[in-house]
Design a binder for this molecule. Structure first.
Ligand SMILES: [Zn+2]
Length: 505
């Protein structure tokens, strides 16, 4: 008889329940598989921690999480034990996927292709529901002959395969075809359940349910033109006639019950679409579309006229100008990038979020140009209101030699957000610039630990200990004690992990 993977709960008699039982993988075991996958994604060159897009996606993700909890779809235990973390991936294809343990992948291609935050919420709400409904755990349990370690390796293999045809071929040659096929392939019933639950979650979170309809239309159109590989989402989420019919029925019901929207709501929605156009443009540029595509974006932005136009044109132009400015900067034409950003700021006047985002773009352009930002004298980093603002301002102030201010503010931030690797890395630079080398090494270590690289973190903590031993004046007593305690902690974590790895193999 096949051995159950570690962590799979057995029936009361201790025997393995048969397939079809409502068997779920224990949350802790699923999280461990997820952590292994996450540790590799952090090292993947296509993983991108872009604070601006990251903040934007969070403004969609957090309301979905809150709604899922309020509706009882996401129970407190799972909320606590899973990571609920989104990975942005530099990939032009249109895809988003759920991984074990509450990790999610979102391709920049998806953000660049959706026309509104509501469409993005429709996709993310659906993926979130696959996890809250424990679909992943049921799929893993069905692979009863495979150990958690093999399942993790298999999912990573499939992720690599989805990127490169060669890797896919290698996986198939290795007899993994079935595995690659079946991993994360939800059943039709699971898809329908994720549609139903996801719809409730996204509408409760305050998103416009029509986003579901327009997303389905987009996918349907793509499937008619037949999938050329840029829509992997379609392969993992086939549009069955049932799914489409059910979505239409839900939408009809929602539109009957929806009150007419007020003028203020319409205005708010136009502002949200304006900001979305800018963020979708950013995703398209950061997805590395190649020099020709960047040039085309610049050319389109230059053709754009500033004459007064209808709202829909303004929204479209916001995206065109944002893409043009960032693309020009990537092509190192900073003069043009700045003038396009100025046009964008004029267009954004009256829209606070969009103006703020355009302001961050100006700061970013200066950093890309390698000049000390013009705005640096006006920055009060203690007032940074978002992660993107904090990290971009920190980089600007470091360029201006204000490392101490940066260090103080980042220390407060990482105390509240200890898993923020980018903030730890900047803090390491701030300490280094002040010749506080032991602290710099420790911040670097924490950055690695935040990305689940415990061995890398330990290496650095031991280097810090060695530095203190050879030069006792290089750190104060408190810093030395923290480093010793963290070394012991991570050391036992690494040992625990090695033991668990053995059990999971
Ligand atoms: Zn799905």
């Amino acid at each position: 008889m096949a051995q159950a993977p570690a962590g799979v709960s057995r029936g009361a008699s201790g025997s393995l329940p048969s397939l079809g039982d409502n068997l779920e993988l224990a949350a802790g075991a699923e999280r461990r598989i997820g952590d292994r996958i996450a540790a590799s994604i952090y090292r993947d060159p296509d993983y991108i921690d872009d604070p601006v897009l990251g903040d934007y996606v969070q403004t969609i993700w957090q309301p979905l999480m809150t709604a899922a909890k309020a509706r009882g779809e996401l129970n407190p235990e799972l909320a606590e034990r899973f990571a609920w973390e989104l990975f942005l991936l530099r990939d032009r294809s249109i895809n988003a996927f759920a991984l074990p343990g509450g990790y999610f992948g979102v391709h920049l291609g998806l953000i660049g292709a959706v026309s509104s935050r509501d469409e993005l919420a429709a996709v993310l709400g659906h993926e979130l529901s696959h996890v809250t409904q424990r679909h992943i755990s049921r799929l893993i349990t069905q692979q009863a002959r495979m150990t958690p370690w093999v399942i993790g390796a298999m999912i990573l293999g499939a992720l690599a395969a989805s990127k490169s045809p060669q890797a896919a071929e290698a996986a198939i040659m290795g007899g993994q075809a079935v595995a690659v096929q079946s991993q994360l392939n939800f059943s039709r019933d699971m898809e329908r359940e994720a549609d139903r639950v996801g719809f409730g979650v996204m509408t409760d979170a305050g998103f416009d349910s029509r986003g579901v309809g327009s997303m389905f239309e987009k996918l349907q159109q793509a499937s008619r033109i037949n999938d050329n590989g840029s829509f992997p989402y379609l392969r993992s989420h086939p549009l069955t006639t049932e799914r489409i019919a059910e979505a239409q029925a839900r939408l009809q019901l929602a539109s009957q019950n929806a009150p007419a929207r007020s003028k203020a709501e319409l205005e708010e929605s136009a502002q949200a679409r304006f900001l979305h156009a800018m963020m979708a443009a950013r995703a398209r540029v950061l997805a590395d579309p190649g020099v020709d595509a960047l040039r085309a974006m610049v050319a389109e932005a230059q053709r754009q006229t500033s004459a007064a136009q209808a709202t829909s044109f303004e929204i479209r132009n916001a995206g065109v100008l944002y893409a043009g400015a960032l693309a020009a900067a990537k092509l190192r034409d900073f003069t043009l990038a700045r003038s396009l950003t100025e046009k964008l700021r004029t267009l954004a006047s009256g829209n606070a979020h969009a103006l703020n985002t355009a302001g961050l773009l100006s700061l970013e352009l200066d950093l890309l140009a390698g000049v000390v930002p013009a705005a640096v004298s006006r920055i009060d980093i203690s007032k940074a209101a978002s992660r993107a603002e904090l990290l971009l301002q920190a980089r600007a102030l470091l360029a201006a030699g204000r490392a101490q201010e940066v260090g103080d503010r980042l220390l407060t931030w990482v105390t509240a957000h200890p898993r923020d690797a980018a903030a730890w890395q900047l803090l390491a630079v701030a300490y280094g610039n002040q010749n506080q080398n032991v602290r710099a090494i420790r911040a670097d270590a924490e950055g690695r630990a935040a990305q689940l690289d415990y061995n890398g973190a330990l290496d650095r903590l031991r280097a810090a200990q060695a530095m203190i031993r050879s030069n006792p004046g290089s750190a104060d007593f408190v810093e030395g004690s923290i480093i010793d305690a963290r070394t012991r902690q991570l050391d036992s974590l690494v040992k625990e992990q090695a033991l668990q790895d053995k059990l999971d193999r």
